[in-house]
Design a protein around this ligand. Structure first.
Ligand code: FES
Length: 142
């Protein structure tokens, strides 16, 4: 058996997987970026709109194909990031994502869980000129 409360979290993950929030494309995003989990080839695109000061996230949309964990993580993250400072996004790590999902994640599935977060972070880094890559890969993640 899992840890206490995990059934509720499992249901929440399934709900986000079946009814993804903010799924689709944003017409004119501040930045848009794609990444893949090379273990399976699944991809996620994150579109982000920043406020006029380019400090706060106003809106996030995502699309892609993948397992329940990757899609639910992207869906939950798209909600969680609304109104969040871009600096706070950059400080997020895998533990924040695992906390958000609320379930035990096997090492293999951590790449699924963090895909959306990595894509959003790299998208911001590229936009602000701090990174120069075409596509994010969770492979670099240890
Ligand atoms: Fe592909 Fe999870 S199996 S992202």
């Amino acid at each position: 058996m899992g840890i206490g409360g995990s059934d509720m979290y499992r249901q929440q993950i399934l709900d986000h997987y079946k009814n993804p929030r903010n799924y689709g494309e944003i017409e004119d995003p501040t930045f848009s970026h794609v990444g893949e989990n090379p273990m399976c080839g699944d991809t996620i695109q994150m579109d982000v709109v920043l406020d006029d000061d380019e400090e706060t996230i106003e809106h996030v949309a995502f699309q892609g194909d993948g397992c329940a964990i990757s899609q639910a993580s992207a869906s939950m993250l798209s909600e969680k990031l609304q109104g969040v400072a871009i600096d706070d996004l950059q400080e997020m790590d895998r533990d924040d994502i695992i906390d958000m999902l609320g379930v035990d994640i096997s090492p293999m599935r951590v790449k699924c869980a963090v895909l959306a977060e990595k894509v959003a972070q790299d998208g911001a880094d590229i936009y602000f000129g701090e990174k120069d890559i075409d596509m994010t890969s969770t492979e670099e993640d240890d």
